[in-house]
Design a binder for this molecule. Structure first.
Ligand SMILES: Cc1cc2nc3c(=O)[nH]c(=O)nc-3n(C[C@H](O)[C@H](O)[C@H](O)COP(=O)(O)OP(=O)(O)OC[C@H]3O[C@@H](n4cnc5c(N)ncnc54)[C@H](O)[C@@H]3O)c2cc1C
Length: 473
Protein backbone atom coordinates (compact mmCIF):
# COMPACT_ATOMS: atom_id res chain seq x y z
CA UNK A 1 0.00 0.00 0.00
CA UNK A 2 1.71 3.26 -1.07
CA UNK A 3 2.22 5.86 1.66
CA UNK A 4 -0.17 8.84 1.49
CA UNK A 5 1.77 11.92 0.41
CA UNK A 6 0.56 15.21 1.88
CA UNK A 7 1.82 17.39 -0.97
CA UNK A 8 0.61 20.58 0.70
CA UNK A 9 2.69 19.94 3.81
CA UNK A 10 5.69 18.96 1.69
CA UNK A 11 5.29 22.14 -0.39
CA UNK A 12 5.62 24.12 2.83
CA UNK A 13 9.16 22.82 3.23
CA UNK A 14 10.56 23.49 -0.26
CA UNK A 15 10.68 26.47 -2.62
CA UNK A 16 10.30 24.54 -5.87
CA UNK A 17 7.12 22.99 -7.28
CA UNK A 18 5.60 19.93 -5.58
CA UNK A 19 3.32 18.07 -7.99
CA UNK A 20 1.26 14.92 -7.96
CA UNK A 21 -0.12 12.95 -10.93
CA UNK A 22 -2.91 14.99 -12.51
CA UNK A 23 -1.55 18.36 -11.34
CA UNK A 24 -0.85 21.05 -13.94
CA UNK A 25 2.77 20.82 -14.97
CA UNK A 26 3.26 17.23 -13.69
CA UNK A 27 3.72 15.73 -17.17
CA UNK A 28 6.27 18.36 -18.21
CA UNK A 29 8.14 18.01 -14.92
CA UNK A 30 8.66 14.25 -15.24
CA UNK A 31 9.45 14.24 -19.00
CA UNK A 32 12.95 13.27 -20.14
CA UNK A 33 14.96 12.39 -23.25
CA UNK A 34 13.92 8.73 -23.38
CA UNK A 35 10.22 9.14 -24.09
CA UNK A 36 9.63 5.40 -23.57
CA UNK A 37 10.18 5.98 -19.84
CA UNK A 38 7.08 7.61 -18.33
CA UNK A 39 7.46 8.13 -14.60
CA UNK A 40 4.47 7.90 -12.27
CA UNK A 41 5.88 8.84 -8.85
CA UNK A 42 3.47 9.69 -6.04
CA UNK A 43 5.07 13.10 -5.94
CA UNK A 44 7.68 15.04 -7.89
CA UNK A 45 9.74 17.82 -6.30
CA UNK A 46 11.33 20.36 -8.66
CA UNK A 47 14.29 21.28 -6.46
CA UNK A 48 15.64 24.82 -6.79
CA UNK A 49 18.72 24.49 -4.56
CA UNK A 50 20.56 22.15 -2.19
CA UNK A 51 18.21 23.21 0.61
CA UNK A 52 15.21 21.97 -1.38
CA UNK A 53 16.93 18.66 -2.04
CA UNK A 54 17.80 18.26 1.65
CA UNK A 55 14.23 19.10 2.71
CA UNK A 56 12.72 16.71 0.15
CA UNK A 57 15.06 13.85 1.10
CA UNK A 58 14.41 14.53 4.80
CA UNK A 59 10.68 14.38 4.15
CA UNK A 60 11.02 11.17 2.17
CA UNK A 61 13.01 9.65 5.03
CA UNK A 62 10.35 10.59 7.59
CA UNK A 63 7.60 9.08 5.44
CA UNK A 64 9.45 6.00 4.20
CA UNK A 65 9.32 7.06 0.55
CA UNK A 66 11.86 5.81 -2.01
CA UNK A 67 13.62 8.61 -3.91
CA UNK A 68 14.67 8.69 -7.58
CA UNK A 69 16.45 11.53 -9.40
CA UNK A 70 16.12 12.92 -12.90
CA UNK A 71 18.06 15.69 -14.59
CA UNK A 72 17.69 15.40 -18.39
CA UNK A 73 16.30 11.86 -18.62
CA UNK A 74 19.08 10.72 -21.01
CA UNK A 75 19.98 7.89 -18.64
CA UNK A 76 16.65 6.69 -17.24
CA UNK A 77 16.43 2.92 -17.61
CA UNK A 78 13.04 2.20 -16.06
CA UNK A 79 10.05 4.20 -14.93
CA UNK A 80 9.49 5.19 -11.30
CA UNK A 81 6.11 3.88 -10.12
CA UNK A 82 5.99 5.06 -6.53
CA UNK A 83 7.70 7.35 -4.04
CA UNK A 84 9.33 10.68 -4.81
CA UNK A 85 11.07 11.87 -7.96
CA UNK A 86 13.41 14.82 -7.45
CA UNK A 87 14.09 16.79 -10.64
CA UNK A 88 17.27 18.85 -10.72
CA UNK A 89 16.94 21.03 -13.83
CA UNK A 90 16.62 24.22 -11.74
CA UNK A 91 20.02 23.61 -10.09
CA UNK A 92 21.66 25.52 -12.91
CA UNK A 93 24.79 27.26 -11.56
CA UNK A 94 27.86 27.24 -13.84
CA UNK A 95 31.06 28.72 -12.52
CA UNK A 96 34.43 28.56 -14.27
CA UNK A 97 37.75 29.52 -12.66
CA UNK A 98 40.10 30.01 -15.65
CA UNK A 99 43.22 30.29 -13.48
CA UNK A 100 42.65 27.09 -11.52
CA UNK A 101 41.16 25.53 -14.71
CA UNK A 102 38.22 24.30 -12.70
CA UNK A 103 34.43 24.35 -12.97
CA UNK A 104 31.62 24.02 -10.45
CA UNK A 105 28.20 23.22 -11.86
CA UNK A 106 24.78 22.51 -10.46
CA UNK A 107 23.14 19.10 -10.80
CA UNK A 108 20.72 20.24 -13.52
CA UNK A 109 23.32 21.58 -15.94
CA UNK A 110 23.83 20.06 -19.40
CA UNK A 111 27.27 19.91 -20.97
CA UNK A 112 26.48 22.61 -23.56
CA UNK A 113 26.61 25.41 -20.98
CA UNK A 114 29.92 24.21 -19.53
CA UNK A 115 31.47 23.81 -23.00
CA UNK A 116 30.53 27.38 -23.89
CA UNK A 117 31.63 28.87 -20.55
CA UNK A 118 34.98 27.03 -20.67
CA UNK A 119 35.62 27.89 -24.34
CA UNK A 120 35.76 31.60 -23.46
CA UNK A 121 39.02 30.79 -21.64
CA UNK A 122 40.48 28.31 -24.14
CA UNK A 123 39.42 25.42 -21.93
CA UNK A 124 37.18 22.38 -22.37
CA UNK A 125 35.33 19.95 -20.11
CA UNK A 126 35.43 16.19 -20.64
CA UNK A 127 31.92 15.86 -22.04
CA UNK A 128 30.67 12.96 -24.11
CA UNK A 129 29.20 12.70 -27.57
CA UNK A 130 26.12 14.87 -26.92
CA UNK A 131 26.23 18.26 -25.20
CA UNK A 132 22.57 17.78 -24.24
CA UNK A 133 23.47 15.09 -21.69
CA UNK A 134 23.53 16.13 -18.02
CA UNK A 135 26.92 16.73 -16.41
CA UNK A 136 26.14 14.98 -13.13
CA UNK A 137 24.42 11.79 -14.34
CA UNK A 138 27.17 11.32 -16.96
CA UNK A 139 30.00 11.85 -14.49
CA UNK A 140 28.48 9.62 -11.79
CA UNK A 141 28.59 6.82 -14.38
CA UNK A 142 32.29 7.45 -15.12
CA UNK A 143 31.77 9.57 -18.22
CA UNK A 144 33.40 8.42 -21.46
CA UNK A 145 34.48 11.64 -23.19
CA UNK A 146 35.02 12.56 -26.82
CA UNK A 147 38.69 12.95 -25.79
CA UNK A 148 38.64 9.71 -23.77
CA UNK A 149 41.95 8.25 -24.89
CA UNK A 150 43.79 11.51 -24.23
CA UNK A 151 42.33 12.35 -20.81
CA UNK A 152 40.62 9.26 -19.41
CA UNK A 153 37.22 9.25 -17.77
CA UNK A 154 35.46 12.47 -16.79
CA UNK A 155 35.24 11.00 -13.28
CA UNK A 156 39.07 10.99 -13.12
CA UNK A 157 39.00 14.81 -13.12
CA UNK A 158 36.39 15.39 -10.40
CA UNK A 159 37.59 17.42 -7.41
CA UNK A 160 34.52 17.45 -5.18
CA UNK A 161 30.88 16.42 -5.05
CA UNK A 162 28.15 18.14 -3.04
CA UNK A 163 25.71 15.44 -1.96
CA UNK A 164 22.54 15.14 0.11
CA UNK A 165 22.67 11.77 1.85
CA UNK A 166 19.76 9.68 3.15
CA UNK A 167 19.94 11.46 6.52
CA UNK A 168 19.04 14.74 4.77
CA UNK A 169 22.49 16.31 5.32
CA UNK A 170 24.30 18.31 2.64
CA UNK A 171 27.90 17.03 2.54
CA UNK A 172 30.97 18.08 0.63
CA UNK A 173 32.72 14.89 -0.48
CA UNK A 174 36.31 15.07 -1.72
CA UNK A 175 39.66 13.33 -1.35
CA UNK A 176 39.95 14.51 2.27
CA UNK A 177 36.30 14.34 3.36
CA UNK A 178 34.74 10.87 3.22
CA UNK A 179 37.29 9.50 0.73
CA UNK A 180 35.50 6.12 0.44
CA UNK A 181 32.34 7.79 -0.75
CA UNK A 182 34.41 10.04 -3.04
CA UNK A 183 35.87 6.88 -4.61
CA UNK A 184 32.40 5.37 -5.17
CA UNK A 185 30.63 8.48 -6.47
CA UNK A 186 33.17 8.89 -9.28
CA UNK A 187 32.02 6.04 -11.50
CA UNK A 188 29.55 4.09 -9.38
CA UNK A 189 27.47 7.08 -8.30
CA UNK A 190 24.36 5.85 -10.09
CA UNK A 191 24.06 3.00 -7.61
CA UNK A 192 22.45 5.64 -5.39
CA UNK A 193 24.36 7.09 -2.45
CA UNK A 194 22.32 10.28 -2.29
CA UNK A 195 21.31 13.21 -4.46
CA UNK A 196 24.14 15.27 -5.92
CA UNK A 197 23.47 19.01 -5.87
CA UNK A 198 26.73 20.25 -7.46
CA UNK A 199 30.02 18.92 -8.76
CA UNK A 200 33.49 20.40 -9.21
CA UNK A 201 36.01 19.18 -11.79
CA UNK A 202 39.12 20.17 -13.71
CA UNK A 203 38.97 21.54 -17.26
CA UNK A 204 41.56 20.75 -19.93
CA UNK A 205 43.43 23.24 -22.14
CA UNK A 206 41.85 22.38 -25.50
CA UNK A 207 40.68 25.10 -27.94
CA UNK A 208 40.61 23.14 -31.18
CA UNK A 209 40.69 19.58 -32.36
CA UNK A 210 40.98 17.81 -35.69
CA UNK A 211 37.96 15.62 -36.08
CA UNK A 212 34.47 14.99 -37.33
CA UNK A 213 32.55 12.15 -38.92
CA UNK A 214 32.73 10.24 -42.20
CA UNK A 215 29.65 8.41 -43.47
CA UNK A 216 30.02 5.41 -45.80
CA UNK A 217 27.31 3.55 -47.71
CA UNK A 218 26.02 0.13 -46.66
CA UNK A 219 27.97 -1.54 -49.47
CA UNK A 220 31.26 -0.60 -47.74
CA UNK A 221 30.32 -2.00 -44.30
CA UNK A 222 32.71 -4.95 -44.23
CA UNK A 223 35.65 -3.01 -45.71
CA UNK A 224 35.19 -0.07 -43.32
CA UNK A 225 34.83 -2.24 -40.21
CA UNK A 226 37.83 -4.41 -41.02
CA UNK A 227 39.95 -1.37 -41.91
CA UNK A 228 38.88 0.26 -38.62
CA UNK A 229 39.88 -2.87 -36.71
CA UNK A 230 43.44 -2.81 -38.01
CA UNK A 231 43.79 1.00 -38.08
CA UNK A 232 42.99 1.47 -34.38
CA UNK A 233 45.96 -0.64 -33.32
CA UNK A 234 48.25 2.08 -34.77
CA UNK A 235 46.71 5.00 -32.87
CA UNK A 236 48.32 7.00 -30.08
CA UNK A 237 46.48 8.50 -27.12
CA UNK A 238 46.03 11.69 -29.10
CA UNK A 239 43.32 10.01 -31.15
CA UNK A 240 39.91 8.95 -29.87
CA UNK A 241 37.66 7.19 -32.36
CA UNK A 242 34.54 5.10 -32.76
CA UNK A 243 32.47 3.56 -35.51
CA UNK A 244 28.72 3.02 -35.74
CA UNK A 245 26.28 1.12 -37.91
CA UNK A 246 23.30 3.45 -38.26
CA UNK A 247 19.83 2.77 -39.60
CA UNK A 248 18.67 6.32 -40.10
CA UNK A 249 15.04 7.39 -40.39
CA UNK A 250 13.74 9.09 -43.51
CA UNK A 251 13.43 12.54 -41.94
CA UNK A 252 13.82 15.93 -43.62
CA UNK A 253 16.30 17.29 -41.05
CA UNK A 254 18.87 14.66 -42.10
CA UNK A 255 21.18 15.38 -45.06
CA UNK A 256 19.78 13.79 -48.21
CA UNK A 257 22.56 11.15 -48.70
CA UNK A 258 21.79 9.75 -45.24
CA UNK A 259 17.99 9.87 -45.16
CA UNK A 260 16.33 6.49 -44.65
CA UNK A 261 19.64 4.71 -45.25
CA UNK A 262 21.90 2.20 -43.55
CA UNK A 263 25.27 3.93 -43.18
CA UNK A 264 28.59 3.35 -41.44
CA UNK A 265 29.75 6.32 -39.39
CA UNK A 266 33.43 6.74 -38.54
CA UNK A 267 34.10 9.33 -35.81
CA UNK A 268 37.43 10.85 -34.84
CA UNK A 269 38.77 13.44 -32.39
CA UNK A 270 42.50 14.09 -32.65
CA UNK A 271 44.66 16.46 -30.62
CA UNK A 272 47.83 17.42 -32.45
CA UNK A 273 46.92 19.69 -35.31
CA UNK A 274 45.63 19.32 -38.84
CA UNK A 275 48.75 17.96 -40.51
CA UNK A 276 49.27 15.34 -37.87
CA UNK A 277 45.57 14.45 -37.92
CA UNK A 278 45.61 13.95 -41.69
CA UNK A 279 48.68 11.74 -41.36
CA UNK A 280 46.96 9.63 -38.70
CA UNK A 281 43.72 9.28 -40.66
CA UNK A 282 45.32 8.50 -44.05
CA UNK A 283 45.83 4.74 -43.48
CA UNK A 284 42.14 4.40 -42.60
CA UNK A 285 40.98 6.34 -45.64
CA UNK A 286 43.23 4.73 -48.24
CA UNK A 287 41.51 1.31 -48.49
CA UNK A 288 38.12 3.06 -48.56
CA UNK A 289 38.85 5.15 -51.62
CA UNK A 290 38.69 2.01 -53.75
CA UNK A 291 35.79 0.38 -51.86
CA UNK A 292 33.32 3.26 -51.77
CA UNK A 293 33.54 7.04 -51.68
CA UNK A 294 32.27 8.69 -48.50
CA UNK A 295 28.69 10.00 -48.54
CA UNK A 296 29.63 12.86 -46.22
CA UNK A 297 33.00 13.78 -44.70
CA UNK A 298 33.12 16.50 -42.02
CA UNK A 299 36.62 15.82 -40.68
CA UNK A 300 38.46 19.13 -40.33
CA UNK A 301 39.93 21.38 -37.68
CA UNK A 302 37.12 22.61 -35.44
CA UNK A 303 36.70 24.72 -32.32
CA UNK A 304 36.13 22.42 -29.37
CA UNK A 305 32.71 24.02 -28.87
CA UNK A 306 31.56 22.32 -32.13
CA UNK A 307 32.26 18.91 -30.62
CA UNK A 308 28.66 17.69 -31.17
CA UNK A 309 29.44 17.49 -34.90
CA UNK A 310 31.66 14.45 -34.34
CA UNK A 311 28.89 12.03 -33.33
CA UNK A 312 25.81 14.00 -34.49
CA UNK A 313 23.70 12.37 -31.78
CA UNK A 314 19.93 12.94 -31.83
CA UNK A 315 18.74 15.89 -29.79
CA UNK A 316 14.96 15.38 -29.76
CA UNK A 317 13.41 13.04 -27.20
CA UNK A 318 13.09 9.48 -28.52
CA UNK A 319 11.80 6.17 -27.16
CA UNK A 320 14.75 3.82 -26.95
CA UNK A 321 16.19 0.68 -25.38
CA UNK A 322 19.92 0.07 -25.25
CA UNK A 323 22.51 -2.18 -23.68
CA UNK A 324 26.26 -2.47 -23.86
CA UNK A 325 29.27 -4.58 -22.99
CA UNK A 326 33.01 -4.05 -22.98
CA UNK A 327 35.15 -6.11 -25.35
CA UNK A 328 38.65 -7.25 -24.47
CA UNK A 329 39.71 -7.47 -28.11
CA UNK A 330 38.31 -7.21 -31.65
CA UNK A 331 39.57 -9.95 -33.94
CA UNK A 332 38.32 -10.35 -37.52
CA UNK A 333 35.82 -13.01 -36.29
CA UNK A 334 34.24 -10.44 -33.99
CA UNK A 335 33.74 -8.02 -36.88
CA UNK A 336 32.21 -10.80 -38.97
CA UNK A 337 29.92 -11.75 -36.07
CA UNK A 338 28.82 -8.13 -35.74
CA UNK A 339 28.04 -7.84 -39.44
CA UNK A 340 26.08 -11.11 -39.31
CA UNK A 341 23.70 -9.83 -36.59
CA UNK A 342 23.61 -6.09 -37.30
CA UNK A 343 24.94 -5.49 -40.80
CA UNK A 344 22.96 -4.16 -43.76
CA UNK A 345 21.87 -7.63 -44.91
CA UNK A 346 19.73 -8.24 -41.82
CA UNK A 347 16.35 -6.63 -41.28
CA UNK A 348 16.44 -5.65 -37.59
CA UNK A 349 15.04 -2.67 -35.66
CA UNK A 350 18.40 -1.30 -34.50
CA UNK A 351 19.01 2.45 -34.70
CA UNK A 352 22.69 2.18 -33.80
CA UNK A 353 25.36 -0.35 -33.03
CA UNK A 354 28.51 1.41 -31.94
CA UNK A 355 32.10 0.40 -31.18
CA UNK A 356 34.15 2.96 -29.26
CA UNK A 357 37.89 2.42 -28.95
CA UNK A 358 38.98 2.45 -25.30
CA UNK A 359 42.54 2.29 -23.96
CA UNK A 360 45.05 5.13 -23.76
CA UNK A 361 44.50 7.30 -20.70
CA UNK A 362 41.32 5.35 -19.87
CA UNK A 363 43.46 2.37 -18.92
CA UNK A 364 45.41 4.24 -16.25
CA UNK A 365 44.08 4.66 -12.70
CA UNK A 366 42.90 8.14 -11.79
CA UNK A 367 45.26 10.33 -9.75
CA UNK A 368 42.85 9.85 -6.85
CA UNK A 369 41.54 6.30 -7.45
CA UNK A 370 37.84 5.97 -8.28
CA UNK A 371 35.20 3.40 -9.16
CA UNK A 372 35.01 4.13 -12.91
CA UNK A 373 34.35 0.74 -14.51
CA UNK A 374 35.50 -0.80 -17.81
CA UNK A 375 38.99 0.68 -17.45
CA UNK A 376 40.83 -2.35 -18.81
CA UNK A 377 38.56 -2.89 -21.81
CA UNK A 378 39.62 -2.51 -25.45
CA UNK A 379 36.25 -1.47 -26.97
CA UNK A 380 32.81 -0.45 -25.79
CA UNK A 381 29.97 -2.08 -27.73
CA UNK A 382 26.56 -0.43 -27.52
CA UNK A 383 23.36 -1.55 -29.29
CA UNK A 384 20.28 0.68 -29.36
CA UNK A 385 16.82 0.31 -30.88
CA UNK A 386 13.74 2.50 -31.14
CA UNK A 387 10.91 1.42 -28.82
CA UNK A 388 8.21 2.32 -31.32
CA UNK A 389 4.69 0.92 -30.96
CA UNK A 390 4.73 -2.78 -31.81
CA UNK A 391 8.50 -3.10 -31.25
CA UNK A 392 8.44 -3.24 -27.43
CA UNK A 393 9.28 -6.96 -27.31
CA UNK A 394 11.37 -7.18 -30.48
CA UNK A 395 13.89 -4.42 -29.79
CA UNK A 396 15.17 -5.76 -26.43
CA UNK A 397 15.52 -9.22 -27.99
CA UNK A 398 17.47 -7.87 -30.97
CA UNK A 399 19.69 -5.73 -28.74
CA UNK A 400 20.45 -8.82 -26.63
CA UNK A 401 21.23 -10.85 -29.75
CA UNK A 402 23.93 -8.34 -30.74
CA UNK A 403 25.56 -8.54 -27.32
CA UNK A 404 25.27 -12.33 -27.30
CA UNK A 405 27.03 -12.55 -30.66
CA UNK A 406 29.99 -10.55 -29.32
CA UNK A 407 30.00 -12.15 -25.87
CA UNK A 408 32.94 -14.49 -26.74
CA UNK A 409 35.10 -11.36 -27.09
CA UNK A 410 33.79 -9.61 -23.96
CA UNK A 411 35.80 -8.59 -20.92
CA UNK A 412 34.24 -10.56 -18.05
CA UNK A 413 33.00 -8.90 -14.87
CA UNK A 414 33.05 -5.31 -16.10
CA UNK A 415 31.04 -2.84 -18.18
CA UNK A 416 30.87 0.91 -18.68
CA UNK A 417 28.21 1.97 -16.19
CA UNK A 418 26.87 4.64 -18.57
CA UNK A 419 26.43 2.16 -21.42
CA UNK A 420 25.47 -1.01 -19.58
CA UNK A 421 21.94 0.22 -19.97
CA UNK A 422 18.99 -2.00 -19.63
CA UNK A 423 21.17 -4.94 -18.70
CA UNK A 424 21.01 -3.48 -15.22
CA UNK A 425 17.58 -5.04 -14.92
CA UNK A 426 19.11 -8.50 -15.15
CA UNK A 427 22.73 -8.13 -14.04
CA UNK A 428 21.81 -5.70 -11.27
CA UNK A 429 23.29 -2.29 -10.62
CA UNK A 430 26.58 -3.77 -9.41
CA UNK A 431 27.10 -5.72 -12.63
CA UNK A 432 29.73 -3.22 -13.89
CA UNK A 433 32.12 -4.11 -11.05
CA UNK A 434 33.71 -7.32 -9.83
CA UNK A 435 35.72 -8.67 -6.94
CA UNK A 436 36.86 -6.24 -4.27
CA UNK A 437 35.28 -3.23 -5.97
CA UNK A 438 31.81 -4.81 -5.94
CA UNK A 439 32.20 -5.75 -2.28
CA UNK A 440 33.34 -2.25 -1.36
CA UNK A 441 30.36 -0.72 -3.16
CA UNK A 442 27.93 -2.96 -1.26
CA UNK A 443 29.48 -1.92 2.04
CA UNK A 444 29.29 1.76 1.14
CA UNK A 445 25.69 1.45 -0.05
CA UNK A 446 24.79 -0.20 3.27
CA UNK A 447 26.63 2.53 5.21
CA UNK A 448 25.23 5.57 3.41
CA UNK A 449 21.81 4.31 2.35
CA UNK A 450 20.95 1.59 4.88
CA UNK A 451 17.20 1.69 4.15
CA UNK A 452 17.72 1.57 0.37
CA UNK A 453 16.02 4.94 -0.13
CA UNK A 454 17.69 5.75 -3.44
CA UNK A 455 16.82 3.81 -6.56
CA UNK A 456 14.46 1.12 -5.17
CA UNK A 457 13.58 -1.54 -7.71
CA UNK A 458 16.36 -0.49 -10.06
CA UNK A 459 19.05 -0.50 -7.45
CA UNK A 460 18.42 -3.06 -4.69
CA UNK A 461 20.93 -2.83 -1.83
CA UNK A 462 21.78 -6.52 -2.25
CA UNK A 463 23.12 -7.89 -5.56
CA UNK A 464 21.14 -10.21 -7.77
CA UNK A 465 22.76 -13.58 -8.38
CA UNK A 466 24.31 -12.48 -11.72
CA UNK A 467 26.17 -9.66 -10.02
CA UNK A 468 27.46 -11.99 -7.30
CA UNK A 469 28.79 -14.32 -9.99
CA UNK A 470 30.54 -11.39 -11.70
CA UNK A 471 31.88 -10.24 -8.35
CA UNK A 472 33.49 -13.57 -7.65
CA UNK A 473 34.96 -13.95 -11.14
C1 LIG B 1 22.43 10.78 -26.90
C2 LIG B 1 23.28 10.23 -25.76
C3 LIG B 1 24.66 10.34 -25.81
C4 LIG B 1 25.45 9.85 -24.78
N1 LIG B 1 26.82 9.93 -24.87
C5 LIG B 1 27.59 9.47 -23.85
C6 LIG B 1 29.00 9.55 -23.92
O1 LIG B 1 29.58 9.99 -24.91
N2 LIG B 1 29.71 9.09 -22.85
C7 LIG B 1 29.11 8.58 -21.73
O2 LIG B 1 29.80 8.22 -20.78
N3 LIG B 1 27.77 8.50 -21.66
C8 LIG B 1 27.00 8.91 -22.69
N4 LIG B 1 25.66 8.79 -22.62
C9 LIG B 1 25.07 8.15 -21.44
C10 LIG B 1 24.84 9.20 -20.36
O3 LIG B 1 26.05 9.64 -19.83
C11 LIG B 1 24.00 8.58 -19.24
O4 LIG B 1 22.78 8.20 -19.79
C12 LIG B 1 23.81 9.54 -18.07
O5 LIG B 1 23.22 8.84 -17.01
C13 LIG B 1 22.91 10.69 -18.43
O6 LIG B 1 22.82 11.56 -17.33
P1 LIG B 1 21.64 12.64 -17.26
O7 LIG B 1 21.77 13.35 -15.98
O8 LIG B 1 21.63 13.42 -18.52
O9 LIG B 1 20.35 11.69 -17.30
P2 LIG B 1 19.22 11.39 -16.22
O10 LIG B 1 18.38 10.36 -16.89
O11 LIG B 1 18.56 12.60 -15.76
O12 LIG B 1 19.98 10.71 -15.03
C14 LIG B 1 20.46 9.40 -15.17
C15 LIG B 1 20.75 8.81 -13.80
O13 LIG B 1 21.84 9.49 -13.22
C16 LIG B 1 21.65 9.58 -11.84
N5 LIG B 1 21.58 10.99 -11.48
C17 LIG B 1 21.35 12.05 -12.29
N6 LIG B 1 21.41 13.18 -11.58
C18 LIG B 1 21.66 12.83 -10.30
C19 LIG B 1 21.85 13.55 -9.10
N7 LIG B 1 21.77 14.88 -9.07
N8 LIG B 1 22.11 12.87 -7.97
C20 LIG B 1 22.20 11.52 -7.96
N9 LIG B 1 22.03 10.78 -9.07
C21 LIG B 1 21.77 11.43 -10.23
C22 LIG B 1 20.37 8.86 -11.50
O14 LIG B 1 20.69 7.50 -11.22
C23 LIG B 1 19.62 8.95 -12.79
O15 LIG B 1 18.70 7.89 -12.93
C24 LIG B 1 24.84 9.26 -23.65
C25 LIG B 1 23.44 9.13 -23.60
C26 LIG B 1 22.67 9.61 -24.64
C27 LIG B 1 21.18 9.43 -24.58
Amino acid sequence: MPTFVDAVALAGRVRGPVLRPGDDGFTAEIAGFNSAIVHQPQVVVGATDAGDVAAAVGWAGEHGLPVAVQSTGHGQLSAVHDGMLITTRRLDEVWVDPVARRARVGAGVRWRRVIDAAAEHGLAPLNGSSSQVGVVGYTLGGGLPVLARSYGFAADHVRAVELVTADGLVRRIDAEHEPDLFWALRGAGRIGFGVVTAIEFDLVPVRHLYGGGIFYPASATAEVLHAFRTWVSTLSEQTTTSIALLRLPDLPHLPEPLRGRFVVHLRMAHLGGVEDGERVLAPMLAPMRAAAPALIDTVAEMPYADVDAIHSDPTDPMPEHHAGIVLRYLPAEAVDALIAVAGPQVDVPLAMVELRLLGGALARPAGVPNAASGRGGAFSLLALGPLLPGLEQVVPAVVSSVLDALEPFAAPGTALANFQGSLEASAGPYGSWSGADAGRLHQLKDRYDPAGMFGPGRFPTRPLSGAVAAGSA
